[in-house]
Design a protein around this ligand. Sequence first.
Ligand code: ATP
Ligand code: MG
Length: 409
Amino acid sequence: MHLQALRLLNFRNYVRLEGSFEPGITILFGANAQGKTNFLESLYYLSNAAASHARSDRQLIHFDVSEDVIPFARVEATIKRRDGAQQVALTIGLQNGRLQKRIELNGIAKRVHEYVGEINAVLFLPEDIDLIASGPSLRRRYLDTTISQIDQSYYRALAEYEEVLGQRNAQLKALAERGLRNSEELLAFWDEKLVEAGAYIILRRQQVIARLDELAGRIHPELTGYNEFLRLSYLPRLELGYHASHQLSLDVGTDLLREGTLLTLQEVQERFHESLQRRRAEELARAVTVVGPHRDDVRFLVNEVDMTDYGSRGQQRTSALTLKLSEVALITEKRGDPPILLLDDVMSELDEARRRYMTEMLIEYPQVFLTTTDLDVFTEPFLGRARLLHVEQGRHREVDQAQKKRADS
Ligand SMILES: Nc1ncnc2c1ncn2[C@@H]1O[C@H](COP(=O)(O)OP(=O)(O)OP(=O)(O)O)[C@@H](O)[C@H]1O
Ligand SMILES: [Mg+2]
């Protein structure tokens, strides 16, 4: 799919922007702090109806309107999908200190869970290195937003699981504090609910990670001149029964895919139940749910070395980039339509060989937006194919290459 037209109102530092866009490569260039990343973020918002990287949606509204009666930001777009042009409008408003979101798809109001997945975009930001380098919660959130793009039931399952988890934890806490006679009965009830809501999440995560692993297995070697081979594996915090070595140290996690087969929903449910049973005493002592998808993790291995603990910065960065490119391939497969690719300052992070490979690959993508402070990171032929937009204080100005050269000399 590709973006045809975009209108921003009070979005970050864009007071008002109206632009039309084409398939192919668009490069947004300009000095620091002019609105390059903000532009990509507006497209990410269009796709996810939530700010990227767990930032608050509130931050998206332009500072200058914060004193208005109802401060709001709006993103409107025409997206050309395989099945036709879609009109989308997202409005974020602040009313009496409360954030309100309004989503319209072709003039019809939609709830978030009905909308997510309609417009697909994949964003790579320099801080995505944290996906590899930091703790598991970022990796879980990454999985959740990615899978929600291709499966609306997943998005609903997540909301349900959150709810059940909160109630089950409250119950465990009450039991720990007061102790109740029928505690086993009560917990059996909550176990059932937790497994019901959580098993689907685990099932989808294992499937998606298995596919991302295959895709990354092809992309990563190319990106690294066949020096590095990336593997992804899922570490569900479940006791799986067949790995004797892990029975005593469950927090190490167990590689669900080691056997090369994926579990069925029923098998996941059984193992989830079993794990809850075995950890009963611990859960009662700690008054918190210790097994379930809220404790999952993903491992990234390059040439068998764990990148989270032992990767160099460059290796972590390249692994994060491979992950995003694999996500593009996954969405293309599942939706039958490639997502819009948004790459923030990606070239400055790569060595020359990796840049060359990237540029060759990007030419194949239907629509890519790249940002840079320095056009020299791109080769002449690549620039020749790209549309150049100069970004300055929240405004865009189209520049042709000849103009650009004259300005340089
Ligand atoms: N809600 C907001 N209202 C107004 N301005 C904002 C808002 N949020 C961010 N900004 C400002 O927008 C400006 C541009 O930010 P952006 O991250 O897009 O810069 P950039 O062009 O990507 O720069 P860099 O090259 O440094 O990455 C910043 O000065 C930032 O403070
Ligand atoms: Mg930026």
